[in-house]
Every structure is written in structure tokens, then in C-alpha cells.
Design a protein around this ligand. Structure first.
Ligand code: NI
Length: 392
């Protein structure tokens, strides 16, 4: 049985572009993707694709393939938009004020829909099952976790997904084995002292001086404690203390984020952070209440699977070396459980994601469809072979 997906019919692509424009015009924020969810369901049902039951209010999960097949591969597309007022000027701009598909997730949805259609056409002959994950709330960093809790990767052997990427042509696919994105952690600190008259600091416990010391010393964690060959960023992004000129306040607040590409460096920064903030507060006669939030881990591409995807994708796209970045994607959460590959597909423009002028070329959808369909067949075949070797 041979699968020919390279000659995508124009008719299908035109239909997918229409869907993409619809999703772009009607963007919805994380966990509020109600209309998007309904529309995806309607399309899949019109193609007689089986929708799986879910406890989640948004997101669509579906399955294609022979029920007797042993191996299942998951294909993931994120579906949420951002709280940004669109300024791209495209004729299908957002009709929802203050909300925009400024990360191009609308192109991911359209690509996965196209793959679903084509895989459904050859369902009986597929070398395994395909689980479609139209995942909510990627921007919220919570969506993937909810999908996992809902059991949607239970029994799945591997997962693939992609993100559209500015600065590359629409027929170029970026791939890299290992870590390609940062782990993302967040902190909030409240310093508690004793407020007093500005003219008599000896009667209080000054949180502003303590805050200054904290902010300076925090920058020594990465520069003095972490191996310079392990990229890391610690940014304090919001500080707040006091509200007038002659009062020393009772409390001060700061928050920010840590991004790392290395698991050890990530742990080390957290340990150093907690110690340094606590001891510096104590040394300043104040008290620090620290909230640390462990966020998503790094996207970490499996080497065996990445090689397969690279070799297969060369048949229909030009492959470039994906440069790791400290941005994040909660695709990483799936990879904590099963091997996965997260690729980049060029979007044909140069405006960065999350910008009000962000644009993505419709034609990347054809590359996205090929990425999903070709690699589905190839990976399922390789998994079948691997299983036999393991069993033999
Ligand atoms: Ni995104």
C-alpha cells in the first residue's frame, strides 16, 4: 500500500485556507475556545471522523485508523489566540476586539484538519491509529496538562507537532534533536518590614533597601553560579513599593521569570534563588514570602524520532537546523510522558509572533498537512518494525 500525499488537491487546500481565515476572524483566548471547538467538531464530523469524549470544556480529540492496530501516534495542534488588538491589515482580520491569532495557531488548526481529512480517506490501510489533539490553552501553559490528565495520550507511543516560524520560507522545516525551547518558571516575592516616618528609619524595618539588595544579588545567580555554557535568563519584570515621599512602606513586592535550557541549571537556580531571597531579607531585618511556580519544562526532541522526521520531511520540504530558543511551548509536557518531535515550519513573513502586525502565509498549511500525513505513515511503520524487533 502506498500513500501519496505530496499532490495535495487544490480543492482541499482552498477549503483549509477558508477554515484558517474563519478561525483567524474568530479568535478565542485560552480555555475560552468554545466556538473554535464547535467548528472543529463540525468539520471532523462532516468527514465522519470519530470524536473522543472529553471532560474538557474546550479542545477537540479524535481518532482515525483501524481499531485492531497496536500503535497509536498523536498529532497535536494548539488552538488558542492572544489578548492583542490586531494590526496586521489582512482582509480576514480578527472580528473579536482585543483578541488575535498573533501566534498563528489558526494555521496549525487548518494543517491538522487537512491531515485528518487525508488520513481518514485511507483509514482502513493505515499502519496504526492516529490520535488528533486540537489542544486548548497553549498560551496559558496549562492546556497540555489538562489534555494529559484527561487521558488523551494514554496508550499513545509518540507525538508530533509544529509551530509556524517567522523568518523562514513556507516550504522550510526546522528540526533539532534535543532541547529546542526553554523551561519556564515564575516567582513572586513579598517583603515584609515595619513602616515608619521617612525621617526616622531607625524606628522601622526598611523593605525598600531590602528590595534593592535583592534585585542586585539575584543577578549574580546566573553570572556567578551557573556554567556559562548553560544558557539561562533571570528577569525581574515588576516591582512595587510605597506610594508617597515621606513614608517608609510596610511591604515591597517583585516578580519575574527564569528561563533555562538545562535541567541541572534549572534546579540550581531555584535553590539559589530561594536561599538568596530568604537570607538577604533576613540580613535586612525583613521577611520574604516567596511563591515559586514550576512551569513547563523544555521542549526536548527525541533523537530516534527526530531522525525519522528529518528523513521523511526531506521528501517535500527543505530542512534547516532549528536554533534552540528560550521561549516555551507546553508541547514539552507531552514529551515528559512519550517521545515527541516539535518542528518549526517557516511562515513566509518576518514579523515576530505575539506582535499586533504578525502575519502567516496561508501556503504554509500545505507544508503543515504534508508534515503531519507523511510523518504519520513513516513513524507508524517504524514503530511497527521497532515493536517486532523488541518483541523478537
Ligand atoms: Ni504559539
Amino acid at each position: 500500500m502506498s500513500f501519496v500525499f505530496s499532490k495535495l488537491e487544490n480543492e482541499l487546500i482552498n477549503e483549509l485556507i477558508k477554515y484558517r481565515h474563519y478561525f483567524h476572524e474568530n479568535p478565542e483566548l485560552a480555555f475560552q475556545e468554545n466556538n473554535t471547538t464547535q467548528k472543529i467538531k463540525d468539520i471532523l464530523q462532516s468527514w465522519k471522523i470519530k470524536i473522543l469524549p472529553t471532560k474538557l470544556k474546550t479542545g477537540v480529540f479524535a481518532e482515525i485508523g483501524p481499531q485492531t492496530a497496536k500503535n497509536t501516534l498523536a498529532l497535536r495542534a494548539d488552538i488558542d489566540a492572544l489578548p492583542i488588538q490586531e494590526e496586521s491589515g489582512v482582509p480576514f482580520s480578527s472580528k473579536n476586539p482585543g483578541v488575535m491569532h498573533a501566534c498563528g495557531h489558526d494555521t496549525h488548526i487548518a494543517s491538522l484538519l487537512g491531515a485528518a481529512f487525508l488520513l481518514k480517506q485511507q483509514e482502513a490501510d493505515l499502519p496504526g491509529k492516529v490520535r488528533l489533539l486540537f489542544q486548548p490553552a497553549e498560551e496559558d501553559q496549562e492546556g497540555a496538562l489538562h489534555v494529559i490528565e484527561d487521558g488523551k495520550i494514554d496508550g499513545v507511543r509518540a507525538i508530533i507537532g509544529f509551530h509556524n516560524t517567522p523568518g523562514h520560507p513556507i516550504d522550510a522545516i526546522g528540526l533539532h534533536t534535543g532541547i529546542v525551547s526553554g523551561a519556564i518558571d515564575k516567582f513572586k516575592v513579598t517583603l515584609k518590614g515595619v513602616g515608619t516616618h521617612a525621617s526616622a528609619p531607625q524606628n522601622g524595618k526598611d523593605v525598600i533597601v531590602a528590595l534593592g539588595a535583592e534585585l542586585n544579588l539575584l543577578q549574580t545567580i546566573i553570572s556567578r553560579r551557573i556554567d556559562p555554557f548553560k544558557p539561562a535568563v533571570l528577569s525581574v519584570t515588576h516591582v512595587n513599593a510605597g506610594n508617597t515621599w515621606n513614608v517608609l512602606p510596610q511591604t515591597a513586592f517583585f516578580e519575574g521569570t527564569v528561563r533555562t535550557a538545562d535541567k541541572e541549571a534549572r534546579k540550581q537556580i531555584k535553590t539559589n534563588f530561594l536561599k538568596l531571597v530568604k537570607l538577604t531579607a533576613e540580613a535586612s531585618d525583613t521577611q520574604a514570602d516567596i511563591d515559586w511556580y514550576d512551569g513547563d519544562p523544555s521542549v526536548d526532541n527525541d533523537s530516534w524520532l527526530t531522525e525519522i522526521v528529518k528523513n521523511e520531511s526531506r521528501k517535500f520540504a527543505s530542512i534547516y537546523e532549528q536554533v534552540p530558543k528560550l521561549g516555551s511551548d507546553d508541547f514539552a509536557c507531552f514529551q515528559e510522558h512519550i517521545p515527541g518531535v516539535y518542528a518549526n515550519i517557516g511562515n513566509g513573513y518576518n514579523v515576530s509572533a505575539h506582535n499586533p502586525k504578525f502575519k502567516a502565509d496561508d501556503r504554509l498549511i500545505a507544508t503543515g498537512v504534508k508534515f503531519f500525513t507523511h510523518n504519520t505513515i513513516r513513524i507508524l511503520n517504524e514503530l511497527n518494525k521497532r515493536k517486532r524487533v523488541n518483541e523478537g
